[in-house]
Design a protein around this ligand. Structure first.
Ligand code: DGY
Length: 324
């Protein structure tokens, strides 16, 4: 029997490609760049499956590829895929939740520590040969221990942040459209709050909501103004949840103390002025980037693709309605 064709939009870890090759005819985009939607559509011709990355814009046009059955997105976030259009066209969409939870929370924590204690700034200072000896007034940051952590979004990664906060003796607040079950709240000692009350009480605010029309610019000038002047804002979710231009203005004016960002509104671009600020720690969307985690993400996407093309239900289906 002829193997179904799968197009892989960027090079993946070998293990995942081998898994796909065992039951599919696999074509990989070997170019070291993201394909435009027009290029993607062209390369997808004749494919039953697309293994995409979060940098691929998978809109209705791409989804209209005749014979396309499944898009496996190698990310937990799937805002790059028009899921409604996929459902209409009965194309299954899968993602990779769970395997990146702890790695992402580790990194959000690292950003929090780095921004609070000014580690990248101190590193730049030391390398430039500016260190002239211990100075009681130099590089003063803010403490993390015993402070209040506000989690905007209390899904898997938010909960993993709350677990880490215990070790630092922190009080944890969370805001979410859904209130968590009481046993989970008490297991991680987290208390539900409205966004506004969380912002005004927290010393650290960490964003863990998916990007949707409802969460776009959830944190803008008004919300930044509600935060403490000593607060630190962390984002490892999606850039557009924060109004980046408003954040630049707030960091410049000292409305908040600092920020740590792994994601940007228009990746890979950054809002004008952001990279010139000392009170922001910037990373290139690497929160899930440990070799083990990235391999696990690619493996899940590959196995779900194989399942979908063999007529089995993928383990991480975003749009079960497409099955009906
Ligand atoms: C995701 O999976 O959505 C992250 O942004 C990248 O790991």
């Amino acid at each position: 029997m002829k193997k179904p064709k799968v197009f892989v939009s960027r090079l993946l870890p070998d293990e995942a490609l081998e898994h796909l090759r065992a039951s599919c005819e696999v074509e990989v985009n070997g170019a070291d760049r993201t394909l435009t939607p027009v290029e993607l559509k062209k390369r997808l011709d004749g494919s039953a499956g697309l293994v995409s990355l979060l940098t691929d814009a998978v809109g209705d046009d791409v989804l209209a590829t005749p014979g396309l059955k499944c898009v496996s997105n190698v990310a937990v976030g799937h805002n790059n895929v028009d899921v409604a259009a996929a459902t209409r066209r009965k194309v299954l969409v899968t993602n990779t939740p769970g395997v990146l939870t702890e790695t992402t929370a580790d990194f959000a924590w690292a950003l929090m520590m780095a921004a609070a204690r000014r580690i990248p700034e101190a590193d730049r200072y030391t390398r430039r040969g500016l260190y002239q000896g211990w100075d009681i007034m130099s590089m003063l940051g803010v403490d993390v221990h015993n402070k209040t952590l506000g989690l905007v979004g209390f899904g898997r990664i938010g909960v993993a942040m709350a677990q880490r906060a215990k070790g630092f003796g922190m009080r944890v607040l969370y805001s979410d459209v859904k209130r968590a079950p009481e046993d989970l709240e008490s297991a991680v000692s987290a208390r539900h709050a409205t966004l506004s009350s969380l912002l005004s009480q927290s010393d650290f605010v960490s964003v863990h909501v998916p990007l949707s029309p409802e969460t776009r610019h959830l944190i803008g000038a008004k919300e930044l103004g509600e935060m403490k002047r000593t607060a630190v804002l962390i984002n490892t979710a999606r850039g557009a949840v924060i109004d980046e231009a408003a954040l630049v203005a707030a960091l410049r004016k000292g409305t908040i103390f600092a920020a740590g960002l792994d994601v940007y509104e228009n990746e890979p671009d950054m809002a004008p002025g952001l990279a010139e600020l000392d009170n922001v720690v910037l990373a290139p969307h690497i929160a899930s980037a440990s070799s083990a985690t990235r391999t696990r993400m690619a493996m899940i996407a590959a196995s779900d693709m194989v399942a979908a093309l063999e007529g089995r239900r993928p383990s991480h289906l975003v749009n079960p309605e497409a099955l009906g």
